[in-house]
Every structure is written in C-alpha cells, then in structure tokens.
Ligand binder design. Structure first.
Ligand SMILES: [Fe+2]
Ligand SMILES: [Fe+2]
Length: 307
C-alpha cells in the first residue's frame, strides 16, 4: 500500500507536477516543507522591522507612501505563507510559537541594522533583489500551495526592487553627501546580501535532498552567481562600487568572479549573535503581546457568530 503511494508521489515529482495537501507525501518531505515555508513566512514578518524603523522619518510624503506600501506587502507575504504552511497540518499558533521561542529561524539579513534612509533603497535593490533570485524558481516548486503563494509574492517583490533602485538613483543624482550615504549603505549590505543564499552547496546538507524532491530548483551557489551577474551592471549604472576587490568579469566562464563572504559571520548571525537578533525577537514578542486583545476579540466574535 505504502509502496503504491510512494510510487505515485515519485511519479508526480518526476513529471514536475504539483503535490497537493490531500495527496500522500513522505514525512521527510512534509517536515522539510514546514521548515522552509515557516522560515520564509517568519522572514517576511521580521523583515518588516528594519524598514518599518524609517516610516516615521521618511523624507517626503511620496517616500512615506512607497515605504508604507512595501512594508504592508511584506505582512501580506507572511500571511500567504503561513496559510500555505497550515495546509501541511501545522497550526498558526504553533508557527508563531516556534518563531517567538527561536526554535524556527528567519533570514539572517534582517539581523542587520538600518542606519540611514539610503538603507531603504539598498534593501529594496539588494535584499529584495536577492529574494527575487531565490523566489522566482520557487514558483515552480513541487508543493502546490507554496508555489501559488510564490507567484503572487514575486509580482510584488519586483516592485520592491524597483522602488529601492529608484530611490538610490535619485540620491546618486543629488549632493555629494547623498552619494556618500548610498555608497556607505551598499558597503554594509553587499556581503550580507550574498549570504542570503545560504552556505556553499558542499556545506548545505539539506540542499540536495530538497532539489531531489522538487522543493528547491537550484543550488545556493548557482543562485548566488545569478544574483551577482544581475547586480554588477546595475551597480555600474548607479555609479556605486561593490566592496569586493576580487569582483571581475570572467570571459571564459561567462560570469563574474567574486570573493567569498565571511561564512563565520553568517554562522554567528544564524546562531543568534548578529547585531540585531535579540532586538528583532524582543520587538516581535512585544507586538504579539500587544495584539492579544485583538485575537481574543476575534475569537469571541467568531464563537458568537457561530451560535
Ligand atoms: Fe516579501
Ligand atoms: Fe519584498
């Protein structure tokens, strides 16, 4: 019986079709998806904080409207992804609990601080840009609800990247002080952006399994290369320098060569020792506690409506 189910599952994966919530799936596949989708959902929610920090200090009404829309989009992405994760038999309460207790992770990038308004532009350009490289292949992931959530998310991510680039371009056309602000911001975010793709493939034990299951479609190093190749011409057009002396075009490979990020730094940030880990989780816990009355009122209303 189980063999038939396994064969059917393998055939769906081999044909690049979708597995749906009602279908049988191996327990390892389900667990890997819960971990990946939850980590992704948590990243969207925690990712609202570094930029949310600047909403009250936006330099104009136009910039404020753009930033508000972007941060609200990230909340929506978190909700699509929590809903996709719930189809795997895990409740929203459990997911929130695992974020708040640190048992599930979120993207390392959101443990870095935002020190100037240029960071809003740099995050849009580099961080959302890296997210797009990671996420576009996930539109074809083997689990239906995840793939469909990603299609909606990717449409909004391309707006996020453009608004960031447009902000940086405006600043680069301004004063020397503004240009310096952009360069300083790019210097801080370049390496952490490359780390967003995770450790090198040979040190990423789950990667091969995820690719075999069709959850991931590409390795970490391949996606990192794609991001570098896409970003270098954009940096040249902007007039900023990427802080990597080893960065140069390789004619033979048809790709840019680049230096290795500081993997010890990535390991430290994932372990909880990044510059803002404690602050991000403390802020999230406080927001969760502040929202308790909303959840209680919604539950009471739902119970009364059902009667
Ligand atoms: Fe997002
Ligand atoms: Fe985004």
């Amino acid at each position: 019986m189980t063999l038939d189910l396994q064969e059917k599952f393998d055939a769906v994966i081999a044909h690049h079709d979708r597995i749906e919530p009602r279908d049988w799936m191996p327990e390892g596949y389900r667990k890997t998806l819960v971990r990946q989708i939850a980590q992704h959902a948590h990243s969207e929610i925690i990712g609202m904080q570094p930029e949310g920090n600047w909403i009250g200090r936006a330099p104009s009404l136009r910039r404020k409207a753009i930033l508000l829309a972007k941060v609200q989009d990230e909340a929506g992405h978190g909700l699509y992804l929590y809903a996709a994760c719930e189809t795997l038999g895990v409740s929203r309460d459990e997911l929130v609990e695992m974020l708040l207790t640190g048992r599930q992770k979120y993207s390392s990038i959101f443990n870095y601080p935002t020190l100037s308004y240029a960071d809003v532009g740099t995050i849009g350009w580099l961080v959302d840009g890296a997210a797009i490289c990671n996420q576009v292949p996930l539109c074809r992931t083997s689990y239906g609800p995840y793939g469909r959530a990603m299609i909606r998310i990717c449409k909004e991510e391309s707006f996020h990247q453009r608004q960031g680039y447009e902000l940086l371009r405006t600043m680069m056309g301004g004063t020397d002080a503004q240009r310096q602000m952009v360069q300083e911001s790019v210097d801080r975010f370049w390496w952490p952006s490359l780390m967003m793709f995770g450790p090198p493939d040979e040190e990423s034990p789950n990667s091969a399994r995820s690719i075999a299951w069709g959850i991931k479609r590409n390795g970490n190093d391949e996606l990192r290369q794609r991001f570098v190749d896409m970003t270098v011409p954009q940096a040249e057009a902007l007039g900023v320098t990427l802080p990597d002396p080893e960065l140069r075009w390789n004619d033979e490979r048809g790709h840019y060569d680049f230096g290795a990020p500081d993997w010890a730094e990535l390991a430290a940030v994932i372990r909880g020792d990044g510059p803002c880990n404690a602050q991000r989780l403390a802020h999230r816990r406080a927001a969760h506690d502040d929202g308790a009355w909303v959840r209680e009122a919604a539950t009471a209303f739902a119970e009364r409506s059902a009667r």
